[in-house]
Design a protein around this ligand. Sequence first.
Ligand code: ADP
Ligand code: MG
Length: 593
Amino acid sequence: PPAEEKFEFQAEVSRVMHLIINSLYSNKDIFLRELVSNASDACDKKRFLALSSGTDGGQPEVFVKADKEKGTITVEDSGIGMTRQELINNLGSIATSGTSKFVDALGENGSGDMNLIGQFGVGFYSAYLVSDSVQVVTRSYTDPNAKQYRWESDAENSFIIREDDSEPFKNGSGTRIILHVKEGCKEFLENYKLEELMKRYSEFIQFPVYSWASRTEYDEVPDGDEKDAEGKQKMKREPRTVEEWSQVNKLKPLWMRKPKEISSDEYSAFYKTITKDFSDPLAHTHFAVEGDVEFRALLFCPKTLPSNLRQNMFGDQGSLLKLYVKRVFISDKFEDLLPRWLVFIKGVIDSEDLPLNVSREILQKSRVLRIISKRLVRKSVDMFKAVKARDNNDFEDFWAQFGRYIKAGIIETDDHTDDLMKLALWPSTQSQEKLTDLDGYVSRMKESQKDIYFVAADSRAAGESAPAMERLRKHGYEVLFLTEPVDEMTVQKVITFKTKRNADDKDDTMFKFVDVTKDDLDLGELKSDEEKKEDKALVEEYKAVVEYFQKLLSDKVGKVQVSDRLTESASTITQSSFGISPTMERYMKEVGS
Ligand code: ADP
Ligand code: MG
């Protein structure tokens, strides 16, 4: 390649940079979080490569230092570095799918939440929140013949790449990012200020992170010509400022510590670091499994649906837990650690058994993985149960965000069905606003009632007006509204719900789910011989009418018959007990199967 070459930013990247540079966003600190997180990712990648190829890449480290005279901040890591082509691709020429999503999230004038930048995979550009020009010096670990390169841009639609002969990297590879701090951001040129930010942002980084810190030391020096009583030279203490690298983070990974000794603030802060979410998690579960298969896990349930799941229920990539093997980060791209209905769970798994060079293929076939995965599912379900047991609205909030995943879990697996059904909440005729769980429903069942009744409809209003509801209302029976496509599949899958009818019952009773609109609805009403005779006579009397409608509607309905189910309406349309219902068709479409 030529010694120096100029490249245009991809259009979407230009747009992101433009929004960042002109942003009035006041929380500019986040640039350091993003750059240190990139440095840490680069260290992860290098350590992984070094270990799996049996070589020593040296201890990966991160250094951050401000230089007031030059007006620069430097963030340097001894990580994997970038080749020339990677520099071109990663920093400007190729937009990721997140780039345009981030532009959308920020809105026309860029007034949206800049804090989200890391979630969209464009964190690097946050450097331009505080600088008007940025240089990236880097040398790749992957190519032993790699040259050192410099990327440089003042964000005017283009960047330059050239060979670089500035200071080489101590361990042979790494990346040095030099920010030329712009007017109005000079406060970041104070090392103590950077250190303060780093304490906050790099607490959970697994590699030593250093800031350039000054501290005062005292020297004993002669105090003029003064002598003390014994005739010895009198001394005094003289202050001297020492500047040196000082490590800002503790190194023990959070998941290796004892749960009892970790505060909820620490859990929250850790969650935010690994997820780039900025609200606290709703719940966590932290446990170690010993014996045949050994691992530690720390799982979190977010408060709200992660952004990568907003458009596509199960996301594009499956669940992205971070997998470590003996403290070494392996990947956050193994999708098979959790089933897809738990795709929203975040966290860290650290295995003692898997090989370091574990590949997707190995992992998929591994018995260890199956055991780990089973445990993770069990613990996730327990975590949801614990949220439900809380004395507040947390579970309702959880349900609003993740209820359909729980229903998908009921449909797609055969484990934990009873537990998941007990968690599930449904709208019912009992209350306009509040949802009920099935235990609540059963506790309100009438003496004469045998089954759990539901009506499947597009909306609650449509369900309310189903003609069959009249008879149930008359009996005072509560009816569940299944308004989501998955609802109906859920009850069709489980068929029954098992629970105690009365709190002091010894055994569970099986309650059947019964669709009130199906044509064989049996409310267990007993008819006298007299009434049965009357029914027969009615059928006889309306024979001609029935035949007439049967003919008229022959291509629209399966069967026309006289019914005793209506008390006020003249006619109703029902489903046969065996047909696929419209809601079910909607579910199949929604989950794309
Ligand atoms: P993300 O970190 O989400 O991928 P960024 O915009 O922060 O998005 O970074 C873009 C890409 O640039 C990274 O994926 C990585 O390939 C590369 N990169 C950034 N900083 C470094 C670094 N310090 N060392 C090596 N590669 C880096
Ligand atoms: Mg990043």
